[in-house]
Design a protein around this ligand. Structure first.
Ligand code: 13P
Ligand code: SF4
Length: 308
């Protein structure tokens, strides 16, 4: 089946099933084309919370689909490929988090949304790359337990001046953790007129040399609103699809190319799998109600802090 036929079939099935497709900014171009909303982790979580559609197809990795289920428990949430994990989420287990909580009993636990549901249910606050700094600044405590991304933990410590207890010490993204200062210097030479945007899952020594650090949505806003016309995109390479759709009048260059620039888990979510999940209503996300309730409460507590 050609891509155009498949797109039309997905659009028809979406109407038939009263479904909404939420797609992360890293998705393939044809997946973004069939999506109702394209966004970063925070934006998509809010969209999942608000939707009245009966079915949510989450075109993103598993922790994102699980987050959607936790926030809107009555909906059917489909994960086109439930095997699509995340190296950051898989870096933290319940036993490790419990041990750190016992060691620092009165310290708030802030977890990155890139966490698996069993650990996330133990969080006091749940943050994304767009909210982490603001949330941690607003906490009254000067010491915070934070995980599982070690680079984001370093960046948060650098930006807020607070003491961050990392859990675990070394959770890393398979794409962003590979960025180096040399890569950044190289693109500065190659594209002297371009602004360099980097995702905060990259190492701190690289982030300190960037023109802009932010979530995938914040990069879109920065590119759209800045007076510059050219940008180096320091995040997963699928992001160029979102920029092509949302900021079509500007020019974007990837910081890196080749296989290491693509998240192997995001790449598992293809248009064909989106189609099959809707056609067969398969790979429904199931999490215990008590786990979902705990995650929703932590997310709402975080939202109140952000909006207060
Ligand atoms: P964003 O929330 O910035 O889209 O990040 C999600 C992610 O997985 C980054 O690799
Ligand atoms: Fe996880 Fe990195 Fe892939 Fe995002 S890009 S899903 S953080 S492994």
């Amino acid at each position: 089946m050609g891509s155009k036929d498949l797109i039309n079939k997905v659009l028809a099935l979406k109407r038939e099933r009263n479904a909404v497709i939420l797609a992360h900014n890293y998705m393939d171009y044809d997946v973004q084309v069939v999506a109702d909303f394209i966004g970063d982790s925070y934006d998509l979580a809010l969209k999942a919370m608000e939707t009245k559609a009966e079915v949510i197809v989450f075109a993103g990795v598993r922790f994102m689909a699980e987050q959607a289920k936790a926030l809107n428990y009555d909906r059917i949430v489909l994960a086109p490929d439930p095997g699509a994990g995340c190296t950051i989420a898989d870096a933290l287990d319940v036993g490790t988090l419990r041990r750190v909580k016992e060691e620092y009993p009165n310290v708030p636990v802030v977890l990155y949304v890139n966490s698996n549901v069993d650990v996330k249910a133990l969080a006091d606050y749940i943050v994304t790359s767009s909210t982490a700094i603001k949330v941690i600044r607003r906490l009254s405590s000067d010491v915070v337990i934070f995980g599982p991304d070690s680079n984001l933990a370093d960046y948060v410590a650098y930006m807020t001046g607070k003491r961050i207890i990392k859990v675990p010490p070394n959770g890393k993204c398979v794409v962003h953790a590979n960025y180096t200062v040399d890569m950044l210097r190289e693109v500065r030479t190659k594209y002297p007129g371009a602004r360099v945007m980097i995702h905060p899952e990259a190492p701190l020594n690289v982030l300190r040399l960037a023109d802009f650090v932010g979530s995938t949505n914040q990069m879109i806003e920065y590119a759209r609103n800045s007076g510059y016309d050219e940008f180096v995109v320091g995040t997963e390479i699928g992001m160029l699809n979102a920029l092509r759709i949302k900021v079509s009048n500007k020019t974007f260059y990837p910081l890196t190319t080749g296989p290491s620039a693509r998240c192997p888990f995001m790449a598992m979510i293809t248009l064909d799998k989106v189609y099959r999940s809707l056609r067969d209503m398969v790979h429904e996300v199931e999490i215990p109600k008590s786990t979902a309730d705990a995650i929703r409460e932590a997310f709402e507590r975080t939202r109140k802090l952000l909006e207060g």
